[in-house]
Design a protein around this ligand. Structure first.
Ligand code: NAD
Length: 368
């Protein structure tokens, strides 16, 4: 472990600053108990960056991120910027940052917390025990392929997008999925549409080849339509789900709903040299500035940062255990059903930070 880590903090818009402050709070709590030192440097992104600099991703922010060990992001966007030209929308800041940092894989862990199984849209018995990670390819596929556009042909307009995957793009994300599976239950489900799409046939071929280098990891292939069904029918049967950019976008939102609240789920976007951690939710303008947002997704994103970028597994696990303990006590933010007097963003953050410290202190004293 190094003695100092530089963390870029891009709080963004809406509830972004509120939930990110709680993630920073828990990191400071960890710093007090086990070190190392965290140096937080704030940068602008999204709508607030547009207002102050006329760019959704100012050069200074890129430089702060480039000089950091990891980036912690809140959320971007809001109705006040919705009428802007597409290239001047807050979301462009995030898309550009992912490209600039070469973040080609997105990890979205979906774990149903036992004490919250009852709030899932599915029956508690079906979702209890769900613990999976979607590994989504983030820089290729139909979102970026050319040709793209709306063209006129034979007297009418046609919309065109192109799904392209080069072998190396599939290889690198597949390696990440198999490596991750080795740290978990050693099962990879690769999801494609190889019965219809050539890009998927190549995807399946490459994943199968890469899988041979990981003989200890079980690999199965599912068509995306079947996977969408299985996620609802047998969510506990999944461990690591590897898929392309578009299928990953859709399946990860579907899987998120298994947990019952968007305010609980973190994500990590990783490249060779950079990593960005953010909650999966947006800027929630409807509750911004009211100390009502659930900070758990942001705090859990900080845990992923500790795990994947800073190799601080004990501290990462302590945050995750603290989240579970606080929820088990019945503490709830307003969007979680079942409480007449819900707690605030800051109070939830305080409690999780306190319990994280307690867990780390007792682990520390046991080791002595
Ligand atoms: P949203 O995720 O912001 O909100 C959807 C619903 O979930 C809202 O009712 C909101 O109150 C609730 N919610 C979200 N996060 C919550 C939390 N932590 N605690 C409690 N409740 C929470 O999605 P939206 O309303 O479609 O989008 C709002 C803005 O966010 C838009 O401008 C959109 O473009 C942007 N957005 C940004 C990102 C990002 O920054 N990565 C992702 C999605 C949407």
């Amino acid at each position: 472990m190094q003695s100092l880590y530089r963390i870029a903090v891009l709080a963004g818009d809406g509830i972004g600053p509120e939930v990110t402050a709680e993630a920073v709070k828990v990191l400071k709590a960890i710093e007090e108990i086990v070190g190392p030192s965290f140096r937080f440097q704030s940068g602008l992104i999204g709508g607030c960056a547009l207002d102050q600099t006329a760019s959704p991703l100012p050069a200074e922010t890129i430089s702060i991120c480039g000089n950091s060990h990891a980036v912690l992001l809140g959320a971007v966007g809001g109705p006040q910027w919705d009428s802007k030209r597409p290239e001047l929308r807050p979301e462009q800041g995030l898309l550009q940052l992912r490209q600039r940092l070469g973040l080609y894989v997105n990890l979205r862990p979906v774990r149903v917390i036992d004490s919250l199984a009852g709030i899932s849209a599915l029956k508690a018995d079906r979702v209890r025990g769900t613990d999976l990670v979607i590994v989504r390819e983030l820089m290729g596929g139909i979102y970026f392929g050319n040709p793209r556009g709306i063209f006129a042909k034979d007297g009418e307009r046609m919309g065109v997008n192109t799904e392209i995957y080069r072998e190396h793009e599939v290889e690198r994300v597949a390696h990440r999925a198999f490596q991750l599976a080795r740290l978990r239950r050693r099962k990879v489900t690769s999801v494609d549409k190889a019965n219809v799409l050539e890009s998927s046939r190549l995807w399946r071929e490459v994943v199968t080849r890469i899988g041979r280098s990981y003989p200890d990891v079980e690999l199965r292939h599912l068509y995306v339509d079947n996977c969408a069904m299985q996620l609802i029918d047998k969510p506990t049967s999944f461990d690591v789900v590897l898929t392309n950019n578009m299928f990953g976008d859709i399946l990860s939102d579907e899987a998120a709903m298994l947990t019952g609240s968007i305010g609980l789920l973190p994500s990590a976007s990783l490249g060779e040299h950079s990593a960005l951690y953010e909650p999966i939710h947006g800027s929630a303008p409807d509750i911004a500035g009211r100390n009502r947002a659930n900070p758990i997704a942001s705090m859990a994103s900080a845990a992923l940062m500790l795990r994947y970028s800073l190799r601080m597994e004990t501290a990462a696990a302590a945050i995750e255990a603290a989240i579970e303990r606080v929820l088990k006590r019945g503490v709830r933010t307003a969007e979680l059903p079942g409480k007449k007097r819900p707690t605030t963003t800051t109070r939830m953050g305080d409690l999780i930070a306190e319990v994280t410290q307690k867990i780390l202190k007792s682990a520390h004293s046991r080791r002595r």
